[in-house]
Design a protein around this ligand. Structure first.
Ligand SMILES: Cc1cc2nc3c(=O)[nH]c(=O)nc-3n(C[C@H](O)[C@H](O)[C@H](O)COP(=O)(O)OP(=O)(O)OC[C@H]3O[C@@H](n4cnc5c(N)ncnc54)[C@H](O)[C@@H]3O)c2cc1C
Length: 320
């Protein structure tokens, strides 16, 4: 499925829906599951996940400014989000929104909550759709949204007030490994295209395949894909055996390694294709943007490196 950028949606396991389904399955009440999980699983509706905000460094989710205020039997939501992937899709009916119910709580990880907001609730306004390297990424898009006194029933809160951080941790682990799996498919397809192009294109009297540097690019790509695939399988295996929490180290390792690997392999394929590589005639340009933005999305590389370094120090450092 990773080989074709839109294929995961055909099989109803695309981002952000797969992660949202897991959240609803793991943390939703029976009523929330009936109203949202069942139609999502049936592929009847799409959903989006609204955490990131333009005004604050959102890789640190404690910075989130959106407020979720209790008012009688309702919650009222005010804030601004962007890069809310999928929210432009005409089938998108649900937004899972992260905001603060208790901004003054001394525990910075208990201030946040997540709440279910119907996409077309009064007060949800699309300001604009955000591009990715100039691609509009339709039909799902990544819009900037304003929540202007959006009112939803109190029963729409997920798991309870102050549990948003916990849900975000639970959600992003599996989502990260899904991106890694898809990117390995992208890199594998890029390698195959590289080989086809190298054998069919002649420059300076020889096929590109006869150039040593081209063969090296192909060989490096093969090695790097194989390494990344094994790492991702190892992470998946640990998730299956020991659960997502225990597999955090390997999930972070895969999230650090795979998007960079895919961007590098696709970049080599682009180079071997010449102008065609950056054109609309191959999938390479769009695949490159995907690999590149995943180095930022679902946690930038540096955040995972820092967390993984800290975890290893805790295990093997002097005071361990
Ligand atoms: C195409 C696309 C789709 C997205 N989809 C969604 C979505 O559906 N829902 C959603 O909520 N968000 C989405 N995002 C947003 C994404 O998750 C955030 O961009 C990401 O978490 C980083 O937040 P930020 O952009 O605010 O960057 P910032 O938090 O401002 O960070 C900027 C940079 O600072 C550096 N940095 C941060 N922390 C550290 C550190 N500890 N050490 C060293 N350097 C550091 C990193 O280089 C980082 O890239 C999407 C983003 C893109 C590009």
């Amino acid at each position: 499925m990773g080989r074709v950028l839109w294929a995961p949606e055909v099989f109803n396991c695309s981002a952000p829906d797969a992660g949202n389904m897991e959240v609803l399955a793991q943390y939703g009440t029976p009523a929330q599951q009936r109203d949202w999980l069942v139609p999502l699983l049936a592929g009847e509706i799409r959903s989006a996940f609204a955490m990131t905000e333009p005004a604050v460094a959102s890789s640190d989710a404690t910075n989130i400014q959106t407020t979720i205020r209790r008012d009688g039997d309702d919650y009222v939501i005010d804030g601004r989000k962007w890069y809310t992937s999928g929210a432009m899709n005409e089938s998108c009916q649900l937004l899972i929104v992260m905001g603060k119910t208790d901004p003054d709580n001394p525990d910075r990880h208990r201030q946040q909550s997540m709440i279910l907001v119907p996409r077309h609730a009064p007060g949800v306004q699309v300001l604009r759709d955000m591009a990715v390297f100039g691609f509009d990424d339709g039909p799902g898009g990544h819009p900037e949204l304003v929540f202007n006194s959006v009112r939803v029933p109190a029963s729409n809160i997920l798991l309870g007030e102050g549990r948003g951080f916990e849900i975000a941790q639970g959600r992003l682990g599996p989502g990260r490994i899904h991106h890694c799996m898809r990117l390995i498919g992208c890199a594998q397809r890029a390698l195959e295209l590289m080989c086809k192009r190298a054998t069919s294109r002649v420059a300076f009297g020889r096929s590109l395949a006869e150039q040593g540097s081209v063969r090296e690019d192909i060989a490096h790509s093969f090695c790097e894909i194989a390494q990344a695939r094994l790492l991702t399988l190892q992470a998946a295996d640990k998730m299956d055996r020991e659960g997502n929490k225990s597999a955090r180290d390997l999930i972070a390792a895969a999230k650090i390694v795979v998007p960079s690997m895919a961007a590098r392999v696709i970049d080599r394929a682009i180079q071997i294709h010449g102008a065609a590589g950056v054109s609309q005639d191959t999938f390479l340009a769009e695949a490159y943007t995907y690999a590149r933005f995943i180095r930022i999305g679902d946690g930038p590389d540096q955040v995972h490196l820092s967390a993984l370094g800290k975890q290893q120090l805790g295990l093997h450092g002097a005071s361990a």
